[in-house]
Design a protein around this ligand. Structure first.
Ligand code: FAD
Length: 532
């Protein structure tokens, strides 16, 4: 199991951190682009960080797994949003948790939550800390807060090969889980971009989306049953392949973002590893033609594993194209069935809609397990997706972020127009000519796409937070006004609360508050997330 130390100023582990030299080299290239010299701030040192004294006294019987250690409190202060990493880079840890718990058994988890409950300490469940929506921070105005890191509950307990399901503890990281299942010939097949650093419990709590574009890709699809500790007791659902018995208890847990309880383990549906693969990258000269082709492919219900559409800007930035063409990346895979016929069918539909690809560029493997998505524009895009590294840019004044949503096809073209117009205007006002806005579809449904917009530009050093706030407000307002969801897979956290409050029915909000009151009467679990 992973025992590496997490980085406290960038994504991932200390081993993922770029060096000062790599940061300097990147800064030199960036300086050339912006036309003046920018020196990267020095990487912060833990000894230089001033931390508020802990406001809790850990009882001796809990001190084996709960500590007020400085590094532990620092590393659990933030999630993975760019502005959090920026604050960390600047050595600002103004509101750390007062203690961090690492329960190794469910008994220790119970004792931790009981202590928080008795004392009224806020309790923040924590998986890999990759939340990009301010889901793991200590809320302001809190008397004392304890972060409960599930990293001690990190094993596969049981595999049921007959039903193809595995009982997995919540704190298990993505790579550890796949390392366990691989020799058995299985996979969970859930790969969010943050896969190396995030956990099963975090995925369930945030309804995360994997990087497959159609069909089963959300964690929701894989949950067979869940076990969760609430301040009112244990909540455990029955293992069932399906059930029509009233509203699903699992549906309330999935997406509860640490506000109703702490997920300790789940039975998850697993599957055989793919051996047949096929890949094609189809080019389009115009964005409307490209998204129309994507709609036609998905509505043919061929269920490609990947159907990722990049607009010309995104294709230029991430797939090495010249910025004038969109690319539709089509990928198929199966453990048992050759995929050649399916990819040819999808390519025929895309060509018929105006797409271009040579037959020789369609890659099909023969069941040997050979991968087909390497090299060319498709491979370039894959490498940039997997190699994402916030540590290089952190602190240089380059403001970049993303917002993701979903919208039905009937509204999509107008939605895209409105979002680009409003967000483009805000970007121009705030970041001037350096601003860039691009879009890709991360997931595609028969009734609509999940567009994922990226923006970036040169911010005024020291004003990044205010500048970001203006752009983010414009983006959130545009998305909600044009009929989309405030988040498709990044979750609500504290960041998306205003949009979430507008989107959900008020009676549902009241019902959720009632559930929260029953399960967590003192309101200690992750206050400010989803509900007050
Ligand atoms: C570079 C990057 C790429 C990303 N790509 C994707 C992506 O492709 N798809 C996607 O869906 N998301 C993505 N995210 C967002 C994030 O990774 C997901 O929300 C992920 O599911 C969080 O998992 P985690 O283990 O890190 O949870 P954390 O960040 O630790 O926690 C997230 C939320 O879940 C709660 N929580 C965590 N564990 C538990 C538990 N055991 N019980 C109850 N509540 C719990 C926390 O309180 C918090 O509210 C990305 C983030 C980054 C930084």
């Amino acid at each position: 199991m992973t025992t590496r130390k997490r980085s406290f100023w960038t994504w991932g582990f200390e081993a993922d951190e770029p060096t000062e030299a790599q940061r300097a080299e990147f800064a030199a290239r960036y300086s050339k682009r912006v036309g003046h010299e920018i020196k990267p701030p020095p990487i912060p040192k833990i000894d230089d960080i001033a931390l508020r004294a802990s406001r809790v006294a850990v009882p001796s019987k809990l001190s084996d797994w709960i500590s007020t250690d400085k590094f532990d409190r620092v590393v659990h202060t933030y999630g993975g949003h760019g502005l959090e990493l920026l604050a960390a880079m600047r050595g600002r840890f103004d509101n750390p948790p007062d203690a961090v718990a690492h329960p190794r058994t469910e008994d220790e988890l119970e004792a931790t939550l009981e202590w928080c409950q008795d004392k009224g300490h806020v309790a923040i469940p924590y998986g890999g800390g990759t939340s990009v929506v301010w889901g793991v921070n200590v809320p302001a105005q809190t008397d004392a807060a304890v972060t409960i890191d599930l990293d001690g509950l990190n094993r596969v307990i049981e595999v049921d090969e007959t039903s193809r399901a595995a009982r997995i503890q919540a704190g298990m990281l993505g790579p550890d889980l796949e390392d366990y299942l691989r020799p058995l010939g299985f996979t969970l097949r859930h790969f969010p971009q943050s896969f190396p650093w995030s956990t099963l419990g975090g995925w369930i709590a945030t309804r995360s989306g994997g990087h497959y574009a159609t069909n089963h890709t959300h964690i929701d699809d894989f949950v067979e049953s869940v076990r969760m500790l609430t301040p009112a007791g244990w909540w455990e659902s029955r293992r069932l392949p399906g059930s029509g018995a009233g509203p699903s208890p699992d549906r309330l847990v999935i997406g509860s973002e640490g506000t109703l309880g702490i997920i300790s383990e789940a039975w998850m549906r697993i599957q055989k590893r793919p051996t047949f693969r096929a890949t094609a990258g189809v080019l389009f000269d115009a964005w409307p033609v490209a998204f129309e082709a994507t709609r036609r492919v998905v509505q043919a219900k061929l269920w490609p594993a990947n159907l990722r559409l990049l607009d010309p800007t995104e294709a230029g930035r991430a797939a090495g194209l010249d910025g004038t063409q969109a690319i539709l990346i089509i990928g198929f895979e199966s453990s048992d069935v050759p995929q050649g016929a399916f990819v040819r069918e999808a390519v025929a539909i895309a060509r018929d809609a105006g797409g271009k690809i040579d037959d020789a560029a369609i890659r099909i493997s023969d069941g040997s397990g050979e991968v087909t998505g390497r090299g060319g524009a498709v491979g370039a895009w894959r490498d940039s997706f997997i190699g994402v590294n916030a540590g290089l840019t952190n602190g240089l004044g380059l403001l970049s972020d993303t917002f993701e949503t979903a919208i039905t096809w009937d509204k999509w073209p107008e939605f895209d127009r409105v979002v680009r117009e409003r967000v483009g205007r805000a970007l121009k006002e705030v970041l001037g000519d350096s601003a860039m806005l691009s879009c890709r579809f991360t997931h595609v449904y028969t009734d609509g796409p999940a567009p994922y917009y990226s923006f970036s530009g040169d911010a005024a050093l020291g004003s990044e937070l205010e500048q970001w706030r203006e752009i983010k407000a414009a983006a959130s307002e545009a998305v909600i006004a044009a009929g989309g969801t405030i988040t498709h897979h990044h979750a609500v956290g504290r960041m998306h609360r205003p949009g979430y409050d507008k989107q959900r029915p008020e009676l549902f909000a009241a019902a959720l508050r009632a559930v929260k009151t029953r399960l967590d009467p003192r309101g200690i679990l992750n206050p400010g997330v989803l509900i007050d």
